[in-house]
Design a protein around this ligand. Sequence first.
Ligand SMILES: NC(=O)c1ccc[n+]([C@@H]2O[C@H](COP(=O)([O-])OP(=O)(O)OC[C@H]3O[C@@H](n4cnc5c(N)ncnc54)[C@H](O)[C@@H]3O)[C@@H](O)[C@H]2O)c1
Length: 250
Amino acid sequence: MTQKIALVTGAARGIGLATAKLFLREGWKVAMVDRDQAELEQVAVGLEGTKAFTCDVSVPKAVDQLFKDVLEHFGQIDALVNNAGVADFGPIEDTDFSRWRTVMETNLDGVFLMTQAATPALKETKGAVVNIASISGLRASTLRVAYGTSKAAVIHLTKQHAAELGEYGIRANCVCPGPVRTKLAMAVHSPEIIAAYHDAIPLNRYGSEAEIGEVIVFLCSEKASYVTGQIIASDGGFESTGVGLPALRD
Ligand SMILES: NC(=O)c1ccc[n+]([C@@H]2O[C@H](COP(=O)([O-])OP(=O)(O)OC[C@H]3O[C@@H](n4cnc5c(N)ncnc54)[C@H](O)[C@@H]3O)[C@@H](O)[C@H]2O)c1
């Protein structure tokens, strides 16, 4: 089997780190990318088959340099996982332009820049892109004017990727996680939000990082070779239902 290379952004912790480990389990090598150099290097050092690359995915020049460095080290890229993301929840009236831009820079601009820069390498391998959005991009809710809008845009951007890059044999899909107890989520999920999510999720619990990562790795694999342009929620059933009202539970 030819050695495959995945590039995972936001790989220093949370869903990105879990995804990197799952790629390793499947025999891939992984370029682990994050802007948090200290945390990234600390985790990557113990993971054979990985190399850490410090990069802020929202900075065009840094992204261009990243691809030079990754290709120099690994020689090819078979899958790009645009997972790096930030969350900032707040009412519309409190979301000033700088808060809005901070969310958009990473969550939307980063996905655009990374995929554009990866395209020449992905053409060579007929590779795959998986963008990480959120259930907040599928259903609008309070406090998510910037976050939810950025994720809805990522969902559409994925379809643009699939439409345009398909002729090169590049597949592009999107995973929408439900709530997972990562640092990102715990910073914005109050005890009330956690309880409300449990009520609204048919499986009645948060997901794990690996439960999201498994879907990502599948979409990057040959098993998904005819799947592109798809938006897949890994969310315990949240998006598909409205039956989770507390009054309707036993
Ligand atoms: N945890 C959840 O409940 C949840 C739910 C839905 C969607 N998501 C999405 O899943 C993805 C991963 O989230 P997580 O919960 O694992 O978060 P996390 O905060 O644990 O990890 C995110 C990582 O991304 C890195 N990062 C942030 N901005 C970056 C940038 N500009 N350049 C490079 N690295 C950057 C951070 O340093 C961090 O290591 C995000 O896109 C998030 O929006 C998470």
